[in-house]
Design a protein around this ligand. Structure first.
Ligand code: ADP
Ligand code: MG
Length: 267
């Protein structure tokens, strides 16, 4: 008997890197990275410090090119669009690909509501006054923060706890309705309870936004991701992906001994 299931609509877009190499000056830091980050999935990037995970993430939203000495080769596609196509504006990419960093970085003196809306200014997105009020509630709800701050919208962002500030940053990146959210060690500066709240938020957002997260916490990678990519830079060589695939395979039956050693803490 053949069972058919209705197609479930998932948001997000598929982001793919093709033979991506990167340099700072003459120092090559990434070598031919290939990875497809599917819509509706969370991809975890794991690997020791210095192997190029942050650089790779910054290439995915065109932040890498802001470093004067930086260069790259290869291609990055957002669905069918080549984000590095000559003539394509950087803001077009920024609207579709949001980023959250290790250290929560809300604008401390701006109110909570102003923080949520700040991304609209940067990308030049116009929203009516009523639309802005609704957008603040929507984004804070999607970032699992609304109930905690709905009576505090005029307080400065800096008045929130570290974990709340990180969810505020997630809300801020959601305001431009991105297809992809990149997160560079978003919980490294947070306590365990705040970490769990951010992980819950990731779970809730997963069907709406394609998520790529860098983490040093193997339990976290196992909890939040469906796909995992293990990066490694061996003895002065540029960072490469040793292995990528479904998270349970990477953890339970990796094909490379180095992956096995890393996910089991033997590095
Ligand atoms: P990871 O995030 O995996 O720790 P990074 O992407 O931060 O790794 O760094 C990869 C390599 O690139 C490292 O050797 C690092 O020193 C180098 N690097 C990162 N950023 C810069 C920069 N702005 N200028 C020069 N070298 C850099
Ligand atoms: Mg890093």
């Amino acid at each position: 008997m053949t069972l058919t299931f209705p197609q479930v609509a998932v948001g997000g877009a598929t982001l793919s890197a093709h033979d991506v190499s990167a340099w700072f000056g003459t120092h090559k830091v990434l070598e031919r990275v290939n990875l497809t980050m599917a819509a509706g999935e969370v991809t975890a990037l794991i690997g020791p410090s210095g192997c190029g995970k942050s650089t790779f993430l910054r290439i995915l939203n065109r932040m890498h090119e802001l470093v004067p000495s930086a260069s790259l080769a290869g291609e990055v596609r957002l669905d069918e669009t080549d984000i590095y196509e000559p003539g394509r504006r950087i803001t077009d990419t920024r609207k579709r690909i949001g980023m959250v960093f290790q250290k929560p970085n809300p604008f401390p003196a701006m109110t909570i509501a102003e923080n949520v809306l700040a991304g609209l200014k940067l990308t030049g997105t116009k929203v009516s006054r009523g639309g802005r009020v609704d957008l603040v509630e929507e984004c804070l709800t999607r970032a699992s923060l609304w109930h905690e701050v709905k009576d505090r919208l005029r307080e400065p962002g800096g008045a929130l706890s570290g974990g709340q500030q990180q969810r505020l940053c997630i809300a801020r990146s959601l305001a431009v309705r991105p297809d992809v959210l990149l997160m560079d060690e978003p919980c490294s500066a947070l306590d365990p309870t705040s970490t769990r709240r951010v992980e819950e938020t990731i779970h809730l957002l997963r069907s709406e936004v394609t998520i790529v997260i860098v983490t040093h916490n193997m339990q976290q990678a196992a909890r939040v991701s469906q796909q995992c990519a293990f990066f490694l830079a061996e003895q002065g060589t540029p960072g490469q992906i040793v292995e990528s695939g479904p998270t349970d395979e990477i953890f339970d039956s990796p094909s490379d001994e180095r992956t096995n050693d890393y996910v089991n803490g033997r590095f």
